[in-house]
Design a protein around this ligand. Structure first.
Ligand SMILES: Nc1nc2c(ncn2[C@@H]2O[C@H](COP(=O)(O)OP(=O)(O)OP(=O)(O)O)[C@@H](O)[C@H]2O)c(=O)[nH]1
Ligand SMILES: [Mg+2]
Length: 334
């Protein structure tokens, strides 16, 4: 008896063949089973799919027992990963909630956040990932939190300027993070907190900025004045969830610190695609862009023309040409 399999069935079977994870295999097999025509001619095949499905489920169960989900391993998304770190109740979740659309819990008591949570912050035409984290304190940190910090492209070290214990908390925060080799110590007398590039050059530590939060409160302004006198070597970015201007400046600083550039591409004879830029690291070239678009492109690249940072519009540039933010590139391929 002919099986008379349908296009839906073949599509599901194709998905099964392409599946690389056990979850995808299970989903595809379930789909195959639900769309397969149910008649005598397919009974053997149905039995076969059911057997494969139960084997895949067993495999899945074994896997989930060994590789437990780790909430402190935050998958990177967007143009860069920015992690907020700090003592309890300093305003980390409030900033993430204000700058992204993430619905994170904000409350006027410590230890509100228990596991990292992410949100995407729009900045001009790109999205930057912000990661809210649970607090650490003199008593320690949740297991895994340091790994979240160390994987960040940029760390925002958050200190509540309005707190009565602000100075002590600042010192303990910096002592904790430097003691765990997450950041380089900001040495006294230096003009700025370690700029991103510098910190990296001094070993494997994360570039960071010091944020003084709740600056809308009078206590915040008073405390920060005292701290600035006592610790002239520290540079603070002042911020409050109430000040659009400060939030905007914070966003601009984050973009600059990530050291990324946006490059737009254009097909020969067509208008450039200004909707979706490619995000590259500062210092990357036409060749890096080509590779980013497709692994085959560097080999096929005949020449490139550039609008933006070149001397004149549409100038031919070498493949080693170092791109700048907002350049438009036309790649001509063989
Ligand atoms: N006035 C003022 N209050 C703020 C500001 N940012 C946060 N708060 C308040 O500070 C309290 C703590 O804020 P959260 O964002 O929950 O702090 P957190 O650092 O995430 O706290 P944990 O999750 O416990 O580490 C809340 O009552 C917020 O409303 C600010 O810029 N100005
Ligand atoms: Mg929180």
């Amino acid at each position: 008896m002919p099986a008379n399999l349908t296009p839906q069935y073949y599509a599901a079977e194709e998905a099964y063949k392409k599946a690389t994870t056990v979850e995808d295999k299970i989903a595809a097999l379930q789909e195959m089973l639900s769309v397969i025509p149910k008649h005598k001619g397919t009974e053997k095949l149905q039995g076969d799919i059911k057997r494969r499905l139960s084997r895949a489920r067993e495999e899945g169960q074994k896997k989930s027992k060994t590789a437990a989900y780790n909430p402190f391993h935050v998958e990177k998304q967007g143009a860069g990963q920015v992690v907020l770190a700090g003592y309890p109740n300093t305003g980390k979740s409030s900033l993430v909630a204000t700058l992204t659309r993430a619905r994170v819990k904000v409350a006027d008591f410590p230890f509100t956040t228990a596991v990292p949570a992410t949100g995407m912050m729009p900045y001009e035409d790109i999205l930057i990932q912000l990661v809210d984290t649970p607090p650490f304190s003199a008593e320690g940190a949740p297991a895994g939190l340091l790994n979240t910090f160390k994987r960040a492209d940029l760390l925002l070290v958050v200190v509540d300027a309005s707190s009565d214990d602000c100075l002590e908390e600042l010192e303990q925060t910096l002592a904790f993070l430097t003691g765990k080799n997450v950041i380089q110590p900001p040495h006294a007398g230096m003009e700025e907190a370690a700029a991103p590039g510098e910190a990296e050059a001094q070993g494997h530590s994360v570039p960071y900025r010091l944020l003084a939060t709740k600056m809308d409160l009078p206590q915040g302004k008073e405390n920060l004045e005292i701290i600035r006198e006592l610790k002239p070597g520290l540079q603070f970015v002042t911020v409050s969830t109430q000040s659009e201007g400060e939030l905007q400046r914070l966003k601009e600083m984050i973009f600059a610190d990530l050291e990324i550039i946006r490059v737009y591409t254009k097909a020969p004879g067509k208008d450039p695609d200004m909707e979706t830029p490619f995000v590259l690291k500062k210092g990357e070239t036409v060749l890096d862009l080509a590779y980013n678009i497709h692994r085959d492109f560097p080999e096929r690249l005949k020449n490139a023309r550039l609008w933006g940072s070149s001397k004149f519009e549409g100038q031919s540039v070498a493949r080693e040409y170092m791109l700048e933010d907002r350049d438009i590139v036309e790649l001509n391929l063989a």
